[in-house]
Design a protein around this ligand. Structure first.
Ligand code: BES
Ligand code: MN
Ligand code: ZN
Length: 504
């Protein structure tokens, strides 16, 4: 895992000796006419920095657009070798999330230039509260530091070795130190998830995913168990096994437990993750084009594992169990076939229409098992449907819930996490669409409303337990690199699931 050293400093910026000092600016221009010139303003009050930046800000060359960056060498009056100004965009729209991205942009600016050490100045501005901005900046720095090129034989590890956040001298030091420490844990946990998601199917089999989860759990003091085929049979997990039966690789039923000392009652939160380490579609084989992407079909499970790491280290006062159902989905002589009927752990019979709708099958038994283990509230995460990607693009992930109060807690968590989820509907009409002629339900509901019929399928297994379903199919993989995040696994969900847990 990335070993970026981090430090929080309250020193004057002008006196900091560093390879690169990054500061942020917003565009204060509110006029929209064709002659409205950008009016960038630095969010750093220190006079020496203001005067070092004055000429470039006045030049009109730098507009302080979101994640726009301009570099000055040997800035006059500063000990820093370089001054980088990163834009947050329009002043009125700048948020903590803009700060998160700006920190990532600064780190990703440094990396290819061989700059291994930098200082990021926390913006000093109304509307950007210091503690949340601190948290966001540190998270953003870790997110920015990640690159997916693990297996390049000529890989030059250009990771930033040291990231310092410089806060205004007048800041509330205790509050910022706490936020800073949290940001390190959360940023590292998100990257832990991304490392798992990045691994190819041959390197990260269900068994190895189980080992990686167990190693992490031992390190941070979580309880854990990793089961396989025998346990699936013992628990009568006919839905999970129906996917696993077609693969030469054994499945892994991964259980992680967080049991804070002295917490004997109250809710037990159940985190359930889809862990398909490769989704070929099975007998309903996917087209070859882009099939290689289906190594990331375990991103929901990896998000739960990463969230559990953060939970173990941040120690909220609530019990949490994670259940990750890991298997490949492969075509084989032993693979299940369209038309087969499977009996899930809950006893419900499922007619298999399409073996490529496998995520809901493994999650069905995962949800039942989390309930059996005592979960009073459920949340699942899965790269579940292409339909969700069609509906929301790669801008929002989908969210569904059978309980408004539980969903509201999740929605509130998004303000802190900065992740974008959009609630989509469930409903009896969707439930109608997955009724089977031969059994209780079928595993696909036809072409239309595919994200909602998939969610309705899961709801059958959540039953009356308050439950949230996150469809992250379009958001788990970044298709085009951005200034603040590499192309590749995003680690979406980790921060929001964690904040939801912390709201109990
Ligand atoms: N893993 C896929 C969904 C997916 C699609 C993830 C695109 C990431 C990007 C899932 O198992 C799947 O194949 N879903 C099918 C369901 C259909 C057969 C009802 C789909 O969405 O096409
Ligand atoms: Mn599939
Ligand atoms: Zn899948």
């Amino acid at each position: 895992m990335s070993t970026m050293r981090t430090e929080l400093s309250f020193a004057n910026l002008a006196g900091i000796e560093t390879e690169l000092l990054a500061v942020v600016a917003t565009d204060t221009q509110t006029a929209k006419g064709s002659d409205a010139r950008p009016a960038p303003v630095l969010l750093t009050a220190e006079r020496a920095v203001q005067s070092a930046a004055a000429a470039v800000l006045a030049s009109g060359e730098f507009k302080a657009g979101a994640n726009e960056a301009v570099l000055l060498h040997a800035p006059a009056g500063l000990k820093a070798k370089r001054l980088l100004i990163v834009g947050l965009g329009k002043q009125a729209k700048a948020t903590v999330d803009s700060v998160r991205s700006a920190a990532g942009t600064a780190v990703r600016f440094a990396k290819p230039r061989g700059i291994r050490e930098l200082v990021f100045a926390l913006p000093d501005a109304d509307g950007l509260p210091a503690a949340p901005s601190t948290l966001g900046a540190v998270e953003g720095a870790f997110v920015g530091d990640f690159d997916p090129d693990t297996y390049r034989s000529d890989r030059k590890d250009q990771s930033v070795q040291s990231f310092t956040l410089a806060a205004p001298t007048a800041a509330d030091k205790a509050a910022l130190k706490a936020a800073f420490a949290e940001g390190v844990i959360i940023g590292e946990s998100q990257n832990f998830t991304r490392e798992l998601v990045n691994e190819p199917g041959n390197k990260l089999t269900p068994t190895i995913l189980g080992q990686r989860a167990a190693e992490m759990a031992s390190e941070v003091g979580l309880g854990w168990e990793v089961h396989s085929t025998e346990k699936l049979h013992e628990l009568k997990m006919g839905a999970f096994w129906s996917v696993a039966q077609g693969s030469a690789e054994p499945p892994a039923l991964i259980v992680l437990r967080y049991e804070p000392e002295g917490v004997k009652d109250g809710p037990v939160l159940g985190l359930v993750g889809k862990g398909i380490t490769f989704d070929s579609g099975g007998i309903s084989l996917k087209p070859g084009e882009n099939m290689e992407k289906m190594k990331y079909d375990m991103a929901g499970g990896a998000a739960m594992i990463g969230a559990m790491r953060a939970i173990a280290l941040l120690k909220p006062r609530v019990r949490v169990i994670a259940v990750v159902c890991a298997t490949e989905n492969m075509p084989d002589g032993k693979a299940q076939k369209p038309g087969d009927v499977q009996i899930a752990m809950s006893g419900k019979s499922i007619e298999i229409i399409n073996t490529d709708a496998e995520g809901r099958l493994v999650l069905a038994d995962g949800l039942s098992y989390a309930k059996q283990l005592g979960a009073t509230h459920l949340i699942d995460a899965a790269t579940l449907t292409g339909a969700c990607v069609v509906a929301l693009g790669m801008i929002n992930a989908g969210a569904f819930s059978n309980d408004d109060a539980t969903f509201e807690k999740f929605n509130a968590a998004l303000a802190t996490s900065g992740e974008k989820f959009w609630r989509l509907p469930l409903g009896d009409e969707y439930a109608e669409m997955i009724k089977s002629d031969i059994g209780d339900i079928k595993n696909t509901g036809g072409r239309w409303g595919g994200a909602s019929t998939a969610a309705e399928f899961l709801k059958v297994f959540a039953e009356d337990t308050p439950w949230i379903h996150l469809d992250i199919a379009g958001m788990a993989w970044v298709e085009d690199s951005k200034p603040y995040i590499a192309k590749g696994p995003s680690g979406v969900g980790v921060r929001s699931i964690l904040e939801w847990v912390r709201s109990y």
